[in-house]
Design a binder for this molecule. Structure first.
Ligand code: KG4
Ligand code: ZN
Length: 333
C-alpha cells in the first residue's frame, strides 16, 4: 500500500487539531479548534488554560476528523502527533491521545517535530524538489532551514533573540492591539506608509542569523517619544515601517541563501507566513529566480494536516516511535 492513511494530532500551543492525510499529500480532513478567544484577555497564551482546553477538545476533534474523513480506525496505517517543541502540558495531551489510539488499535506511532510539520505543509500544496530552503517564521521560531533531501534538516540561520511573530505580538501590544497582534499589524501596515526609519539587524555579513529585539525596542521607544512630546503619529505608518524593516531583513537573507546554496525550491512556513506583506515581497523577489511555494493561510497557522504530511516521510522510512514517546518542549529539528 503506497497511499498510506495517517491520523495526525497537533496540540503544541493554542490550537487543538486532528487531520487525516493520505499519501502525505492529500488532506482527507483537517479540523482545527482555536483557543485564541480564551487567551485574548490575558494578552497571550496561558499554558494552564491551553492544557485545559486541549483536554476538553481532543476527543471531540479526533472524532470529528475521523467522521469528516469517512474512515474508521481500522483503515488507518499510523497515528502521528507533534512531540515538540511547544508547551509541555499542551504537548502531553496530544501525545497521550495518540499513544492511546495507537495502543488500542495496534497502530504504529509517529512523533513529529512541530517545525518539520510547518515545512511539510508545503507538500500539501505541491511536490517538493530537493535541495530546498525553507524560511520558517512563527511565534516561537525564525529559521532558515536547508534540506538536502527528504527528512534532512540543517538550520543555517536562526534568531538570536525574539522570533518574528513574538516581535509582531509585542509591538502590537504596545499599539494597544489585541492578541495575537500579527494579523492586526499586517492589516494596519497595508493602510500606512513606511515613513519612519527603524533599524535593520543584518549582523555579520556572512551570517544567516536574525535579531528582532532591537527593532522591537526601537518601535516601542519611538512610540514613547512621540507620546512624551505630545505629537500624533499614525499607527498605520508605525505598523508599515516596522513591517518593512522585518520584510527587508527576511527577504534579504533568504535571497543570499537561495543564491549561495543553489536550491531548487523556496518554501515559506509558520504562522507569520500568513503575513500579506511578506507573501507579496517574496513573490516579487523570487518570481523568476526559484520555484516559490507559499501555503494557503489555513495551512500556515498551526494545524494537524501539516503534521500528517511530515509524518508520511517517517512512515515511508518506517521510523516509528515507541510508547515511551513524551512531550518534549525543547526538541531539536
Ligand atoms: O505558527 P503559529 O500559529 O504558532 C507558533 O508555532 O508559534 O504562529 C503564530 C504567530 C503569532 O505570533 C501571530 O501573531 C503570527 O504568527 N501571525 C502573523 C500573522 N498571522 C499570524 N504575523 C504577522 N502577520 C500575520 N498576518
Ligand atoms: Zn506553529
Amino acid at each position: 500500500k503506497t497511499e498510506e492513511l495517517i491520523l495526525a494530532i497537533e496540540t503544541s500551543c493554542d490550537e487543538t487539531s486532528a487531520a487525516v492525510i493520505k499519501g502525505g499529500t492529500d488532506i482527507v480532513s483537517n479540523i482545527v479548534s482555536s483557543q485564541i478567544e480564551s487567551h485574548k484577555r490575558f494578552g497571550g497564551v496561558v499554558p494552564e488554560v491551553a492544557s485545559r482546553h486541549h483536554v476538553e477538545q481532543i476527543t471531540l476533534i479526533v472524532e470529528q476528523a475521523m467522521k469528516e474523513a469517512q474512515v474508521s480506525f481500522s483503515d488507518l496505517d499510523a497515528v502521528a502527533v507533534t512531540e515538540g517543541p511547544g508547551l509541555v502540558g499542551a504537548l502531553l495531551i496530544g501525545v497521550n491521545a495518540a499513544k492511546a489510539i495507537a495502543f488500542a488499535r495496534g497502530l504504529p506511532l509517529i512523533g513529529v517535530h512541530h517545525i518539520a510539520g510547518h515545512i511539510y505543509a508545503n507538500q500539501l500544496v505541491r511536490p517538493l524538489t530537493y535541495p530546498l530552503l525553507a524560511l520558517v517564521v512563527s511565534g516561537g521560531h525564525t529559521e532558515l532551514v536547508y534540506m538536502e533531501k527528504e527528512g534532512s534538516f540543517t538550520i543555517i540561520g536562526q534568531t538570536r533573540d525574539d522570533a518574528v511573530g513574538e516581535a509582531y505580538d509585542k509591538v502590537a501590544r504596545t499599539l494597544g492591539l489585541p492578541y495575537p497582534g500579527g494579523p492586526h499589524i499586517d492589516r494596519l501596515a497595508a493602510a500606512g506608509e513606511a515613513t519612519i526609519s527603524f533599524p535593520r539587524a543584518w549582523l555579520e555579513s556572512d551570517s544567516y542569523d536574525f535579531s528582532f529585539s532591537g527593532l522591537k525596542s526601537a518601535v516601542i521607544n519611538t512610540l514613547h517619544n512621540y507620546r512624551q512630546r505630545g505629537e500624533e503619529v499614525k499607527v498605520e505608518d508605525v505598523a508599515a515601517s516596522f513591517q518593512q524593516s522585518v520584510i527587508d531583513v527576511l527577504v534579504g537573507k533568504t535571497k543570499r541563501a537561495v543564491e549561495e546554496l543553489e536550491v531548487k525550491q523556496l518554501l515559506l512556513a509558520g504562522g507569520v507566513a500568513a503575513n500579506k506583506g511578506l507573501r507579496a515581497a517574496l513573490e516579487k523577489e523570487f518570481s523568476s529566480s526559484v520555484e516559490l511555494i507559499i501555503p494557503p493561510l489555513e495551512l500556515c497557522t498551526d494545524n494537524a494536516a501539516m503534521i500528517g504530511a511530515a509524518a508520511s516521510i517517517k512512515w515511508k522510512q518506517q521510523r516509528f516511535s515507541g510508547y515511551e514517546l513524551n512531550g518534549n518542549p525543547g526538541l531539536s529539528l
